[in-house]
Design a protein around this ligand. Structure first.
Ligand code: DGD
Ligand code: CLA
Ligand code: PID
Ligand code: PID
Ligand code: PID
Ligand code: PID
Ligand code: PID
Ligand code: PID
Length: 312
């Protein structure tokens, strides 16, 4: 297709730049400017809306392309192979083309809103500047091909199951865990801190397992989960906490996407995360909330998971 051909040209223009970026640099975990959690949440909300509008099949293919690219990483900077670099760009270009232009620009504008204007120049200062300009020129040509292949209306909204066992169980889980949700400091910057003692390549392995799980999920149910998060973001209070109803809808939607993949795929995520999350992290989280609320939430989760497993 045209986007695939254009991605090869983009690769010619941008792979030198890709090789020069230090992908293992911890700076990419930081907020791209001053820490503004509610504005950052708005930017993520725009991404969720774009993801919910995208073609689910193309999203899965993009996830697969990333998984394959992680498998061909080499060298100290963590760069993927030229072929996989092109394949990721092509897959993302097709995702972008599957949503109306305005949804893409809404993401750009919202991210711009949390990005210090000095950030692009700082990024450029870490690589060969001429190669960055060549890459950007390649991006500008690529985006014209994407725009020429872009839809003008969003894909249909997801169908949300009703009256299913997971929906019923989500009510019980939500009742048991909402007090805990209200105890959590959602606006803290602690969630942007590096995991103690873990390197980027180690962390990337756990993220890879999530990418694999995402690509196996039922596309309609994944879209429904994105829509539920978007709705929940719309009802947050000043402390970032969503309403009980929207919280319940998020739990139900997540239970359903978990049930749509094999158990082992879920356990692969859990086991890889358990490898990189030091117990001090969990204990620290626990120390910031009411312990009885946390225990009630945990009990609710372990009951919920049996219902999910039964329909998995
Ligand atoms: C950049 C963009 C990269 C900056 C990276 C910041 C992104 C941080 C993302 C954090 C999001 C939160 C998610 C994390 C969640 C964690 C949860 C725990 O360098 C601009 C200005 C605005 C920049 C900010 C907006 C970036 C938006 C990027 C899309 C968002 C992606 C989503 C990321 C999230 C994660 C994904 C899963 O656009 O951009 C560089 C540009 O900066 C440079 O400016 C451009 C002008 O816009 C353009 O008009 C033009 O002037 C151009 O061109 C210069 O500069 C000139 C000529 O016109 C060209 O023809 C050519 O010759 C060129 O020069 C060659 O040099
Ligand atoms: Mg990504 C984007 C890393 C998994 C879907 N992703 C980005 C970039 C960053 C990144 C490089 C955001 C920051 C930025 O704009 O820099 N993703 C990244 C990592 C992983 C990952 C490390 C780990 C596996 N992603 C992942 C998965 C999915 C996505 C699983 C779902 C399938 N990702 C996704 C989308 C988008 C990203 C839809 C974006 O739109 C965003 C992005 O790249 O926006 C431009 C700048 C970007 C780069 C350095 C990448 C190359 C960009 C072009 C081709 C050349 C460079 C031009 C110029 C010099 C700089 C960019 C200017 C900008 C205005 C365009
Ligand atoms: C400018 C000036 C003009 C020239 C110009 C110009 C530049 C405009 C630009 C630009 C626009 C632009 C847009 C970009 C958009 C990037 C969008 C990224 C989206 C990320 C998402 C992440 C996610 C997911 C995902 C799916 C999940 C939901 C999420 C489901 C159902 C200024 C050059 C024209 C770069 C969507 C993918 C996993 C949230 O206009 O003179 O330069 O860049 O998890 O959904 O699971
Ligand atoms: C524009 C203007 C509108 C019209 C429009 C428009 C276009 C927007 C577009 C577009 C946005 C867009 C985004 C793309 C982003 C590509 C990002 C590629 C990233 C590749 C990576 C590869 C890799 C790896 C990996 C992880 C490793 C690092 C690597 C570590 C820690 C402008 C059409 C709407 C194409 C990250 C995955 C292995 C490098 O908005 O008018 O057209 O395209 O090895 O991580 O090692
Ligand atoms: C300039 C002027 C214009 C021309 C121009 C220009 C240059 C702009 C540039 C540039 C922008 C730019 C951006 C770059 C972005 C790279 C983003 C990489 C993201 C990598 C991540 C990696 C990671 C992980 C991971 C998970 C870990 C955290 C991490 C935990 C809990 C100035 C040329 C356009 C290079 C996200 C995945 C392992 C961080 O605009 O005229 O030159 O470069 O380790 O999670 O640990
Ligand atoms: C233990 C001991 C026994 C008793 C027991 C026990 C506990 C096991 C447990 C547990 C397992 C477990 C699993 C959990 C799994 C969480 C998985 C999260 C996945 C996240 C993903 C994120 C993503 C996306 C997304 C889609 C994108 C890709 C991504 C596309 C196509 C120890 C109790 C049985 C909690 C997938 C969603 C946006 C990466 O066994 O005695 O306690 O918890 O962006 O994909 O867009
Ligand atoms: C298990 C054992 C195997 C069998 C198995 C199994 C089950 C795994 C499961 C499962 C995993 C799982 C995960 C669930 C997670 C639910 C998470 C809900 C989160 C809700 C939030 C709501 C909100 C918001 C929001 C953003 C705001 C904050 C809030 C800010 C900054 C165990 C079956 C495989 C159900 C976060 C979105 C508005 C609070 O593996 O043997 O069954 O379920 O307002 O952000 O303000
Ligand atoms: C213990 C012992 C057992 C019993 C038990 C127990 C407790 C465990 C616990 C607990 C675990 C736990 C975890 C918590 C996790 C909360 C995670 C919140 C994430 C929030 C985020 C928010 C954000 C943003 C956002 C984007 C911004 C950055 C942020 C940028 C660029 C010990 C009870 C089981 C509470 C990610 C979205 C706005 C940070 O196990 O016997 O009690 O709690 O602002 O992006 O700015």
């Amino acid at each position: 297709d045209q986007i695939g051909d254009a991605a090869k040209k983009l690769g010619d223009a941008s792979y030198d730049f890709a090789k020069e970026v230090d992908w293992n640099n911890g700076v990419f975990l930081q907020a791209p400017g001053s820490f503004q959690p509610l504005k950052a949440l708005n930017a993520i909300d725009k991404m969720i809306e774009m993801g919910a509008a995208a073609d689910p099949e193309l999203l899965k293919k993009a996830a697969d392309a990333h998984h394959k690219a992680i498998g061909s990483i080499s060298g100290p900077n963590g760069v993927t192979s030229r072929a996989d670099w092109d394949a990721v760009n092509a897959a993302l270009g097709r995702v972008v083309a599957s949503v109306p232009k305005q949804k893409v620009m809404d993401v750009y504008d919202a991210v711009k809103d949390i990005t210090d204007p000095k950030v692009p120049a700082y990024m450029k200062s870490l690589v060969n500047g001429a190669d960055a300009e060549k890459a950007y020129q390649g991006f500008l040509e690529f985006k014209d091909v994407v725009a020429a292949n872009q839809v003008t209306t969003a894909s249909a909204a997801a169908t949300v199951p009703t009256g299913d066992k997971i929906g019923t169980a989500a009510k019980a889980l939500s009742d048991a865990s909402y007090p805990f949700i209200k105890d959590i400091d959602w606006l803290s910057d602690i969630y942007l801190k590096p995991l103690p003692g873990k390197t980027a390549p180690e962390t990337l392995q756990a993220i890879d397992k999530m990418i694999v799980m995402g690509s196996k999920m039922d596309g309609n149910l994944l879209k429904a989960a994105a829509e539920a998060h978007h709705k929940a973001i719309g009802s947050i209070d000043a402390k970032g906490v969503t309403s009980p109803e929207d919280y319940e809808a998020v739990n139900a939607a997540l239970g359903r996407i978990v049930a749509s993949v094999p158990k082992q795929t879920v356990m692969d995520v859990y086991n890889s995360m358990a490898k990189i999350v030091d117990p001090s992290v969990t204990n620290n989280m626990f120390s910031t909330v009411n312990p009885l609320d946390a225990l009630s939430a945990a009990k609710g989760f372990y009951t919920f998971k049996d219902v999910v497993e039964a329909v998995q």
